[in-house]
Write a protein that binds this ligand. Structure first.
Ligand code: 5AD
Ligand code: SF4
Length: 525
């Protein structure tokens, strides 16, 4: 909708104020409603609880592509004069979903705010990957209750991966009636209707589909910043690692059409973006689901290589689908950066088998050898889980030796967290919590040592930094990332923000570098 249409629409009041819930109605709902009644109502009528078992199923149904998303006319102005705030937990996929929801809300007339007290609509975009992520969200849900009682017209929503879990939805319905909307990862495009329903309904609005998922192409987006951008290339995951809830919360693997991705990236390049990150739970499976064309992740990266955008990254990879063609394409370099994030999860073939990772320690090391042969300077980083059920000391040691052998320069490390509905959660586990914590500590020590050593090698060297802004700690210092994704803090002019500049490294730390900008790499105004 353009500005003129928006103004025209503004002449029409889409809301009959008499239909709107009175403040008293709203407070009554929050305070007095019997949650059992509420649940009974939903279960008797149209509400279908999210069902992890159903979500596990993979049917051969064709993915539906939709190019016709529109904000329904009667909600186009519903947010005028109001503000929204979205709090995002978890991975880049969630960050990007937040950009889409922000786009939808902006088209509904809402403005964004970072102040909780100013917001008329607050969404918690949640993560289900580990229990502590979920606990944080329930803590936040509790904190929001007094605010809702103080401001009954405030709309509170919970979305993202946690909403795809039956137990979470039940708990919100039973114990957190101050939440107005619960919607899942497949229902984002329904946000306008859900907000409208929440404004005019006395009941909690719950809409979560356990379906495998379609692709909706033309959703609006408000991107965070104008330097780096996320681009979804596929959704869902069919790998079913035994510890992981993602295949259930995000649906089956489905790839966007190459022409849609290429068009989006070209558009970003034309707008002056300097870096894009291609996103998927397992980007290497890209294109496997196409029946009419033979076009895989290597082909897509080859097409990215031809686009005039300085930096292209991707995340996240699964070693199993990392094929020779992809390595060959990545070796072309140019805008395809030589930092590869390749989650290994464990260094023990036995544990990898129990995780259903479908590769062995030797397969992983062989893949690393191939990558290093083709791209000698490649930086490798990874994800590791310690304390998987019944992991022995020897098996953990195998993870430690693998970390050394590969020479990972950074790693996201986690203690295994059982997730309801996953096969691993049903296993007896004989590893005491204290032992798991010790293993995490030992692993982190090793990773830190390797990270610090890789950082040291940059001393007195000049690196290319994409300058993102001022450092959080000191506004006189600029910060950005190198091609290999190392954080650099340096002194330089503000005019360097948004540009790629040369920085000479003067000091190295465990997780970052300090330096000075090499003069004349950017025009100083
Ligand atoms: N417990 C701990 N870590 C997990 N991850 C995924 N599921 C779990 C779990 N149940 C980790 C994996 C994955 C990263 C995104 O989160 O290492 O690569
Ligand atoms: Fe989870 Fe494994 Fe899929 Fe990654 S590849 S999202 S760890 S199931």
């Amino acid at each position: 909708m353009n500005e003129k249409q928006r103004l025209e629409q503004a002449q029409i009041n889409p809301v009959h104020s008499a239909d709107k819930l009175s403040e008293k109605d709203n407070i009554d709902r929050i305070k007095n409603i019997s949650s059992d009644d509420m649940i009974a109502k939903y279960f008797q009528t149209s509400y279908q609880p999210p069902d992890l078992k159903k979500a596990r199923k993979r049917r051969r149904e064709e993915v539906q592509f939709h190019y016709d998303f529109q904000i329904p006319e009667d909600v186009q102005l519903i947010g005028q004069g109001k503000k929204f705030l979205i709090r995002t937990y978890g991975c880049q996929m969630n960050e990007h979903d937040t950009e889409v929801m922000a786009g939808i809300l902006t088209e509904m007339g809402y403005e964004s705010t970072t102040e909780t007290s100013e917001a008329d609509l607050i969404l918690l975009n949640t993560c289900a990957i580990r229990e502590n992520a979920e606990n944080k969200v329930f803590g936040e849900i509790g904190h929001l209750k007094p605010l809702k009682l103080e401001k009954p017209d405030l709309i509170l929503g919970v979305c993202g991966c946690m909403s795809q879990e039956e137990s979470v939805v039940d708990r919100i319905m039973k114990k957190h009636q101050h939440i107005d909307i619960v919607f899942g990862t497949h229902n984002i495009h329904r946000l306008p209707n859900l907000v409208q329903e929440a404004m005019f309904s006395k009941a909690q609005v719950v809409e979560v589909w356990s379906k495998e998922g379609d692709i909706i192409e033309n959703l609006p987006k408000v991107r965070k910043g104008n330097i780096k951008a996320w681009v979804n290339i596929m959704y869902g995951c069919d790998k079913f690692c035994t510890y992981c809830i993602v295949p259930m919360t995000r649906g089956k693997e489905r790839s966007r059409r190459p022409e849609d991705i290429i068009q989006e990236v070209r558009h970003l390049a034309a707008q002056g973006y300097q870096e894009i990150t291609l996103l998927g739970q397992n980007v290497n499976a890209y294109g496997k689901d196409f029946e009419d064309i033979d076009y895989r992740f290597g082909d897509l990266m080859d097409d990215m290589h031809k686009i005039d955008i300085p930096r292209v990254r991707f995340t996240t990879s699964h070693p199993r689908d990392f094929d020779d063609h992809l390595i060959e394409v990545l070796a072309k370099g140019g805008n395809l950066l030589d930092h590869i994030h390749l989650p290994v999860q464990s260094g023990s073939s036995e544990v990898l088998k129990r995780m259903n990772r479908k590769y062995t320690r030797e397969d992983y090391l062989e893949l690393v050898r191939k990558i290093r042969k083709a791209i000698p300077n490649a930086t490798l980083t990874t994800d590791i889980i310690v304390g998987f059920p019944n992991e022995t000391e020897e098996q953990f040691e195998e993870t430690m030796t693998l970390v050394e052998e590969v020479g990972f320069e950074a790693a996201y490390t986690f203690i295994y967290s059982p997730r309801e509905g996953t096969p691993a959660a049903k296993k007896q586990d004989d590893v005491p919590e204290e032992v798991k914590k010790q293993r995490l500590y030992r692993l982190n020590e090793l990773v830190n040592k390797q990270s610090a050593a890789s950082m040291k090698s940059y001393k007195n060297k000049t690196v290319k930094v994409l300058v993102e802004g001022e450092s959080k700690k000191d506004p006189n210092v600029l910060a950005g990332y190198t091609e290999k994704n190392k954080l650099v803090n340096f002194k330089g002019p503000k005019s360097a923000i948004g540009k790629i500049v040369d920085v000479e490294i003067t000091e190295t730390k465990t997780w970052s570098l300090n330096g000075v900008m090499v003069e004349n790499t950017v025009e100083v105004k």
